[in-house]
Write a protein that binds this ligand. Structure first.
Ligand SMILES: Nc1ncnc2c1ncn2[C@@H]1O[C@H](COP(=O)(O)OP(=O)(O)OP(=O)(O)O)[C@@H](O)[C@H]1O
Ligand SMILES: [Mg+2]
Length: 272
């Protein structure tokens, strides 16, 4: 058996006295989508910041293709093929599509100190990469990123990662701020990245989005891994309950729905 693309072993992370991640072990394979689920504050973003070189683990190891790696910076993680689209920000609203695509990776024209970004070439490559992922509304690389919709910005970030040869693509809540159609677009692009053999780590609160794209699922509760299972092993209701820390959310949802159906659509009063 070959080693998994990415393997986390007994990762712990503390910020001062606060233990944010507790003994997390996890494997991620090429051509698969791992969905990382968990409630607010469960530690999802912290975990992926360790994988993307933003934070160092307090203890534990990260391995890639069977070798232990130690990332000293986001750049270092990037050089190892890990591309991350962080939860907040990550794009440059006042930059053009072509320019933002090549930030840190500028194609050069000319020699030595006279190297400059070849604007036309950068635009052509960026627009082509985004269109290859099915976002055909983007046809002008001079447009500002700030004028794109949330889904288009996600698509641009994903296209960039795919173009520069990422082997691991980490998406922290890419669909959280999107409408139904935009989210569906992003989910489709995630599946395209998977089809190209990329390992995708997809963080979400949305169980339906997770079930749509996930091959493998891990649920974090208060910094610990509460469950780790593959597609088809748990129902949507079971996953929702797990994310809520074992409370029967499906029952609660059904109770609220029944109450509203018999009370003219009004939700039940909040208990004191
Ligand atoms: N730099 C930091 N210093 C201290 N505590 C931190 C730091 N970063 C995160 N935390 C704490 O770690 C915990 C986990 O945060 P994290 O952002 O990883 O959660 P999350 O699962 O991504 O939540 P959300 O779903 O809301 O994005 C939280 O209690 C948070 O306050
Ligand atoms: Mg987060």
């Amino acid at each position: 058996m070959t080693a998994p693309l990415l393997k986390l072993t007994n990762i712990n992370k503390s910020f001062g006295p606060i233990d944010v991640l507790i003994d997390i072990s996890l494997e991620v394979n090429a051509g698969e989508v791992l969905c990382l689920l968990g409630d607010n504050g469960a530690g999802k973003s912290t975990l992926i910041k360790i994988l993307s070189g933003v934070h160092k683990a307090t203890s534990g190891t990260v391995g890639m293709r069977g070798k232990i790696v130690d990332f000293n910076s986001p750049r270092d993680a990037g050089d190892h093929g890990i591309a991350t689209v962080h939860q907040f920000g990550g794009t440059f609203p006042l930059m053009s599509i072509g320019r933002s695509f090549f930030v840190g990776e500028e194609p050069k024209k000319g020699w030595g100190p006279f190297k400059i970004l070849d604007r036309k070439r950068a635009n052509d490559i960026a627009v082509k990469a985004v269109r290859e992922l099915g976002i055909t509304r983007i046809d002008d690389g001079d447009r500002l990123v700030g004028g794109l919709s949330g889904g288009e910005r996600q698509a641009l970030a994903i296209a960039r990662a795919v173009h520069f040869g990422a082997s691991v693509l980490i998406l922290d809540e890419p669909t959280a701020a999107l409408g139904v159609k935009e989210a569906a677009h992003v989910l489709r692009i995630v599946l395209q990245a998977r089809q190209r053999g990329i390992a995708v780590i997809f963080i979400t609160h949305n169980v339906i989005h997770a079930l749509t794209v996930g091959d493998h699922f891990a649920v974090l509760i208060k910094g610990a891994k509460a469950a780790d299972f593959r597609k088809g092993e748990r129902t949507r209701e079971e996953i929702t309950d797990l994310m809520a820390g074992g409370e029967h959310m499906a029952e609660l949802e059904a109770e609220i729905a029944a109450y509203m159906a018999s009370h003219d659509g009004h939700p039940p009063p909040v208990a004191e």
